[in-house]
Design a binder for this molecule. Sequence first.
Ligand code: C2E
Ligand code: MG
Ligand code: MG
Length: 746
Amino acid sequence: MQHQQQLQHQDNRRPAARSETPRLLLVDDEPRLRNSLRDLLRCIPLDVHCAGSGREAIALLQQHRFDLALLDLGLPDMSGHQIMDQIRAHGQDPEIIVVSGNTDIDSAIGALQRGAFDYVRKPYEPDDLLQKVQNALEKRRLARENRQIRTRLANSERMYRYLVDASPDLIYMLDHQGRFSYVNERAEAMLGFKSSELLGRHFLDFIHEDDLDRAQFTFNERRRGPRAARNVELRVKCGESKSMSNHAVRDGYLTISLNATGLYSQKSPDGRPETYLGTYGVARDVSERKRAEERVAYHAYYDTLTDLPNRVLFNDRLSLAIIQATRNTKQLAVMFIDLDRFKTVNDTLGHIKGDEMLREVSARLKSCVRKGDTLARLGGDEFALFLPDIRARRDAEVIARKILDELRRPFVLDEQEFYISCSIGIAHFPEDGATPDSLLRHADIAMYHIKSQGKNGFTHFALDMQSTTGHLLTMEADLRRAFERGEFEMFYQPQYDVATLSMVGCEALIRWHHPSKGLMTAGEFIPYAEEAGLIERLCQWALRQVCLDLKAWHVHDLRDFRVAVNISPKYLERDGFVDEILDNVSAFGIAPETLELEITENICIKNVSDTISKLQQLADSGLRIAIDDFGTRYSSLNYLHRLPFHTIKIDQSFVHDVNESTLRAPVITAIISIARGLGLNVIAEGVETPAQMQFLEKLGCREMQGYFFSTPVPKGEIATRLATHHAPFNGEGHPAQRLSDSPRTT
Ligand code: C2E
Ligand code: MG
Ligand code: MG
């Protein structure tokens, strides 16, 4: 019993690795021996299955898996070797202890060659046999534990490899010379290099030229301890692998943030110093973040719509230019450029088209400036430009003219042509200011000045403009008050038929008796009325006034006489537009054919069919429609045949181009022939000289209007002329007699 206690004790010390009881196959043809063996083995926790023959043994093998077999070699139906083969044939690998009375050494060797664990001779020593069984079980337990550890290790390695490879970051190792010795799978997707293209190559081969010094410093400084890891941003080259999924690559490079840590051998017990093995680290793609940072910086200094510098950058550069100009006693010019009537484009075509136009405008402006000049968009339709190092005012004028010319060409939006102009104010350093602020402000004042003079031109800042701008701020309030105070008055500019020398009509042109500024022309305040949203109210006032005056003139013979009233595009767009006109006409008992509506050509017809139908209704009711400022802005040629026009007004800018030395005007010639082709009445505006009159007459234009005939006059004057039967023209309106109008100055 002693051995049994000892084994049990051993068992307590080493609990079975597996909770299941090991299964034992006991094969012996002698029942007595089988039983005594079974009894002997009772002291070990075993699940014992006995077989008296080879056949029985095979039957058991088919039912169970065994951990251990005690095998007699001499069986009546089969040799022990055959059973061993059968065991293997059943895919089992129990530890086999051969228990045999056979003294034949060959059979013992044969058994051991077949993988038997041990060999016990009959009659056996029970303790010896038990010990051998214990050993076999222990070996088996160890083998199983080993297998489990290996599996765990393999799993854990798989998991780490997965974690490393699935990492969104690049994980790498460099050897002591700086060559890649390991990269995770991420390298390919992130850098576009297969690991085979990286391994063995020096890391510097992949670093952007400008970052080489920083990269070398990072890797050469063999850091350790808490300072070991550091974040460095470097630009690295990218390969062309198809599996690269990185869209952040720019010009073949991307920016990574990198942690590099030195790798050292363990300190040897004999105190020998650690040796440097290389570097390992993690690299993260930060290109997107970098780009976002750049975007933020870009937004701070650039206008995203046009890619031009913004106000901040403009001021910055201008400050530097001022410092330089001061040092070198040079001059510089600052221009404030504002588009004329851009609001109309934006309001009628929408912001997307408006933006498109702004981009096109900025491209054209860019084409006018030299390297070294700074062009910026200040916002909306405002641009600023400074020209460093100019010699004289003339230099700035050359650029300003170039800009005006460049914007004169039509813009094509939605397959239609649009015309736009701009107003430019110029301030000079050092005369007009010594800081970016004052220069820009003065250029702005000059710009407003040119706007109030009728736009589409440029002018230099002058001290006396300051006062003009003072009132700009209060203009809106003044305009509102003007309605209440009845400060508007309608003037009329006669229109003549030069063949008969008689007044055939007149154009109503609004005037404002400003309390402090005196009589203001429409050109001086209409733009502010538009900005302030007061233009519709002004149109309503004008329409009513014209009807009132027409009614008063009915006492005269108004046959073949008409009064033209200007209609703003905003008013035309209004829903009740047609009704309002017709209501006025009927309320005042006006003969509809005496009223002509002037629609300016720059109406960007937002809703063509709506406009056509409105104008058609009015034409059907007998009113006349004229197209104003023809040829200057928005090309209505496409619409001409669809819109019910009666009259084309040749814009005064074309007429102004005609003078004694240049008696040539291809645009006018073209307009007149178009009008003739369409059977339209044609009238020339802005005729100031006899030469212009004669020239137009020769081309076949009979009706004219302009200072040469008469400036716009109060209604009483018209009544007087009507009384003298359409007042034949006798040269009374020579320019010397201008009332309030003055030609635009540049
Ligand atoms: P517009 O309809 O083209 O009017 C012609 C402008 O040229 C008028 O300026 C007129 O005074 C001016 N003018 C006439 N003859 C000559 C000339 O021989 N030489 C020169 N240099 N100019 C001449 P005004 O009155 O300042 O009007 C400017 C614009 O304001 C008009 O251009 C018209 O579009 C608008 N406007 C005038 N009155 C009204 C109105 O009652 N309602 C609306 N909605 N707009 C008006
Ligand atoms: Mg007009
Ligand atoms: Mg006009």
